[in-house]
Design a protein around this ligand. Structure first.
Ligand SMILES: [Zn+2]
Length: 275
């Protein structure tokens, strides 16, 4: 099994610099991956994306992309669905040129629909996105992410069912270990989580990790390992990841990004894993 670690965005140690220097810093720190954040929109052009792809190749740092937050594939407004698909597809196009994969996104909200209705609407739209990726020949997979709020579509079971139905050639799971914790008010059996994920037979797993604060509605804000090591329990999650033996990429969404990636690296090493 192979574990890759890295920050969600440009490391704090390279704050203020562009994505290429961010990637070089990741390498220099002894980390292996970086997620490019298109949180507030896809601002990178295709040419810039190609340059970023070169730096990724040169350094060996694996890239993924986080699509913008303003996405709702289950909106009641067709225009909002159209714009959401557009944002995901734009992210996929840039990811293709950056040699980045997967493109992570939060699928949407239940709103007035039942969970089953939401599921069907999202599935249809995801299949449409995959068709376009194939049509355009982009070498990228999409990754719906397990979400942290109860109002959001994206429990582990929903996403596993979705991926079983749509297949995993063009899609992959993004499991956010902290979101699972927030969504279920701190009641997660990570052994069970990894067991369920393994039924997907993925070639590797994409994941997000941080500490998290929650309310009865779910996720409130991300915390650092300095704040706590128990929400969710870091060592327990690390052990379950090692037990599962799957290749995994773990992106730190901690407010201190790479600092917690490095701490996580230390934990895996103490548990006997060699990077
Ligand atoms: Zn996310």
């Amino acid at each position: 099994m192979r574990i890759l670690l890295g920050p969600a965005g440009i490391p704090l140690a390279a704050k203020g610099s562009g994505i290429p220097d961010g990637i070089r810093k990741v390498k220099e720190l002894g980390l292996h991956a970086m997620e490019v954040e298109f949180t507030h929109g896809v601002q990178v052009k295709n040419d810039t994306a190609k340059n970023i792809g070169e730096v990724s190749k040169e350094t060996g740092v694996k890239l993924s992309v986080h699509a913008p937050y303003f996405i709702n594939l289950a909106s009641q407004d067709p225009e909002k669905i159209r714009a959401s698909k557009q944002r995901i597809l734009q992210s996929c196009e840039r990811a293709h040129y950056m040699h980045a994969s997967p493109v992570v996104f939060h699928p949407g909200y239940y709103g007035k629909y039942t969970p089953q209705e939401t599921y069907e609407i999202i599935k249809e739209n995801v299949l449409d996105i995959i068709d376009k990726i194939k049509e355009r020949g982009w070498d990228v997979r999409i990754a719906p992410e397990t979400t942290g709020k109860k109002s959001q579509f994206g429990s582990l079971d929903e996403l596993i069912m979705l991926l079983k139905e749509i297949g995993t050639k063009h899609s992959i799971l993004c499991v956010d270990f902290a979101h699972l914790w927030a969504r279920s008010q701190g009641k997660v059996d990570y052994k069970e989580v990894m067991k369920k994920i393994k039924t997907l037979n993925l070639d590797h797993l994409h994941s997000h990790f941080s500490q998290i604060e929650y309310t009865d509605k779910g996720e409130r804000r991300h915390l650092t390992f300095d704040d706590t090591m128990e929400n969710p329990p870091v060592e327990e999650v690390a052990k379950r990841i090692l037990d599962a033996g799957m290749d995994i990429r773990i992106i730190s969404e901690s407010p201190v990004l790479e600092i917690d990636s490095l701490k996580m690296k230390g934990i895996f090493e103490r548990l006997g894993y060699k990077f």
